[in-house]
Ligand binder design. Structure first.
Ligand code: ATP
Ligand code: TZP
Ligand code: MG
Ligand code: MG
Length: 291
């Protein structure tokens, strides 16, 4: 559970501390174990490498105990889950929970079908997630809301006010004793006590597949090296990811979503290299507000 003594984080604290976490990630190269969907395997592995983690994509729970012993983190992404995969997920979550390894859940498409609604409930009954991240429809489903329909993996137009999103994220985090992130043009992230709105990012992230999934991989990479303050780990992942997207979109060579993807990986790598060299200027672009 999130420590009750987690310190308040001001805008200045965040701008100062996040490059240090990026440098620490680059120095440690922790394992980031992804049990993810069939769409994003290669993209997620490349994002993990760019931010400084060591990815392994494995959906086989027979190796979960071995992998959990390496001190890394686990991503559970429901994007293309089958019943067999669900039991692999549950066994692997148990392996990480038993050694205190951080686990992140991305309940992709959770509100779209009965299978997915039941799936997310089964996963949440079956283990502890340090971070749950999703778009509006997914986090609403996690909160137990019904009576709305998500048409697929995309959230569609927002039907909640920003205040409504803040209240929901905060209450789910308090109930689950973890960190909850609702993504969108403005992201809302909370540990139930401390809550932030983040306005970085670029519209191209909504035009490519896997931007939500690979943000999950990025945050999990930071959870592996920052065990004390999970909210700070999540905020670092979000800001590194979204500031990299802004820098990529500004490049002359980027003409649309297709040319954006390689430039985005390059900018994640550049931010890692700058931070490792002690240059944290990039973090000044953070548009983060304490709620
Ligand atoms: P969806 O499929 O509904 O878009 P998702 O799981 O792909 O959901 P997003 O909500 O798109 O996830 O979020 C992925 C990343 O893209 C986050 O970092 C988010 O802040 C960013 N993002 C998405 N849309 C925008 C936008 N219009 N402007 C800025 N950043 C955005
Ligand atoms: N279908 C099943 S999983 C998936 C698709 C298109 C990828 C979703 O990725 P994201 O990051 O939620 O956009
Ligand atoms: Mg998307
Ligand atoms: Mg998603």
């Amino acid at each position: 559970a999130t420590s009750i003594s987690a310190p308040a984080l001001s805008h200045e604290d965040i701008v100062r501390r996040i490059p240090e976490l990026v440098k620490r990630l680059a120095g440690k190269k922790p394992l980031c174990h992804n049990m993810t969907n069939l769409v994003v395997q290669n993209f997620a592995a490349n994002v993990a490498l760019a931010v400084g983690a060591s990815p392994i994509m494995s959906n086989n729970s027979l190796e979960a105990n071995d992998l959990a012993s390496f001190g890394g983190s686990l991503v559970i992404n429901m994007g293309t889950t089958t019943p067999e995969m669900r039991s692999n997920h549950l066994n692997t979550i148990a392996a990480y929970n038993s050694v205190g390894g951080p686990v992140l859940l991305d309940p992709v498409g959770a509100g779209a079908t009965q299978q997915r609604r039941e799936g997310v409930a089964a996963l949440m009954r079956g283990g502890y997630f340090d971070v749950i991240k999703g778009n509006e429809g997914e986090i609403r489903t996690v909160s137990g809301a019904t009576g709305f329909k998500q048409h697929g993996v995309d959230s569609g137009a927002s039907t909640l006010t920003l205040d409504g999103r803040v209240k929901l994220v905060k209450s789910v985090a308090a109930k689950e004793h973890n960190v909850v992130l609702m993504t969108g043009e403005i992201d809302v992230v909370s540990d139930g006590k401390r809550t932030f709105k983040i306005g970085n990012g670029h519209a191209f992230l909504g035009e490519i597949t896997g931007s939500g999934c690979t943000l999950g991989t990025t945050i999990a990479s930071f959870l592996a090296i920052e065990r004390e303050d999970k909210l700070l780990a999540a905020v670092t992942g979000i800001l590194m990811y979204e500031i990299a997207a802004e820098r990529a979109a500004k490049r002359d060579t980027v003409r649309g979503p297709g040319t954006f993807v390689p430039a985005f990986i390059d900018e994640l790598y550049a931010i890692r290299q700058e931070s490792a060299a002690g240059n944290g200027e990039w973090a000044k672009a953070a548009k983060i507000e304490v709620v």
